[in-house]
Ligand binder design. Structure first.
Ligand code: GUN
Length: 311
């Protein structure tokens, strides 16, 4: 059964399922509509995606990003460079994109081949075009709570969008709630904690050295899992009524073999979904939760960068 605004009530579990796929689609439609207005005013948002090497997962991600950009009506360019590309050439490409008035957003797909200093490349991207939000200027703006001027990393921004949507539907005020983020990466855990702090949550960041993860997680009214370990968060740890956002996208062995005889795999989150859904008030599935939001938020960031660029 479908409830309002991308939240699904299933008859056989307690939790509302937060349907990231449909929420992402509606965000993409809004971005496309706003882009059309900006284009009519003479500015077409432009996104450049840079892929170095042949990593198959990266190729799939980059293709999806380019497709979403076209769907939104953006000017979309992709630079595919060989794995043998040297750092100086990659930096020079980023500098040329910084100077290109048709490009408002630059994304260099990670991971970069060994031998290229990713930090140097990411810090070459102009902060105003840094639609991944990885540049220290954007990380700093987020850390001082100046979200209106920052470009916020896509996965935590998308997770926050889902969290707000679920809280609104449940009639929950995020202010004052205990939020626990499991994972302290610069790409997800730390920016997620900053966003929750900006919502006036009381925020704990747990990580691999946290002494008692189970009791830390059990305090969470809001739980964000971003560790990259399948089903690491047990259902029994979840506080009844919590909102659970599972950022984990882990490829694990599935059942049987595929058409070419290779063992099947499937995607699994960081949370034991079935057990957690019996206790939580709302939960994101994997796949179909945070994943689709990441690309939608990237488009939203590109639109933001284009609007700011246009003054
Ligand atoms: N590789 C995996 N996720 C991401 C992401 O969000 N941005 C970039 N640039 N590379 C990635």
């Amino acid at each position: 059964m479908k409830t309002d605004e991308g939240l699904i009530r299933s008859p056989d579990q307690n939790a509302l399922i937060i349907d990231g796929k449909s929420i992402a689609q509606s965000l993409l439609q809004k971005v496309a509509a706003s882009a059309a207005a900006l284009i009519a005013a003479g500015v077409r948002p432009g996104l450049a995606v840079v892929l170095v090497g042949e990593d198959p997962a990266s190729r799939v991600y980059v293709k999806s990003k380019g497709k979403a950009a076209e769907t939104c009506g953006f000017h979309s360019v992709q630079h595919n460079l060989p794995a043998t590309t040297n750092e100086a050439d990659l930096v020079a490409l980023v500098e040329s994109l910084n100077a290109d008035p048709l490009i408002h957003g630059i994304l260099v797909q990670l991971p970069l081949p060994a031998g290229i200093n990713s930090t140097r490349v990411l810090e070459t991207i102009s902060p105003a075009k840094d639609v991944d939000g990885f540049h220290p200027v954007n990380a700093g703006l987020l850390a001082i709570g100046d979200i209106a001027r920052a470009l916020v990393p896509c996965t935590p921004a998308g997770s926050m969008f889902l969290l707000r949507r679920a809280a609104r539907s449940l009639g929950v005020d995020l202010a004052g709630k205990e939020a626990v983020v499991v994972g302290r990466s610069n790409i997800v855990g730390k920016p997620m904690a900053q966003l929750l702090l900006a919502e006036n949550c009381t925020v704990t960041i747990a990580h691999s050295r946290t002494a008692d993860l189970a009791s830390t997680v059990a305090r969470a009214d809001i739980l964000v899992a971003a560790v990259g370990r399948p089903q690491m968060i047990a259902g029994a740890w979840i506080k009844p009524g919590a909102i659970v956002v599972d950022v984990g996208i882990n490829r694990v062995p599935g059942q049987g073999v595929d058409a070419t005889g290779r063992p099947q795999t499937r995607l699994d989150g960081d949370v034991d979904y079935t057990a957690a859904a019996a206790r939580a008030a709302a939960i994101t599935p994997v796949p179909g939760g945070v994943g689709p939001m990441t690309i939608a938020t990237l488009m939203s960031n590109t639109l933001t960068a284009a609007r700011r660029g246009a003054g």
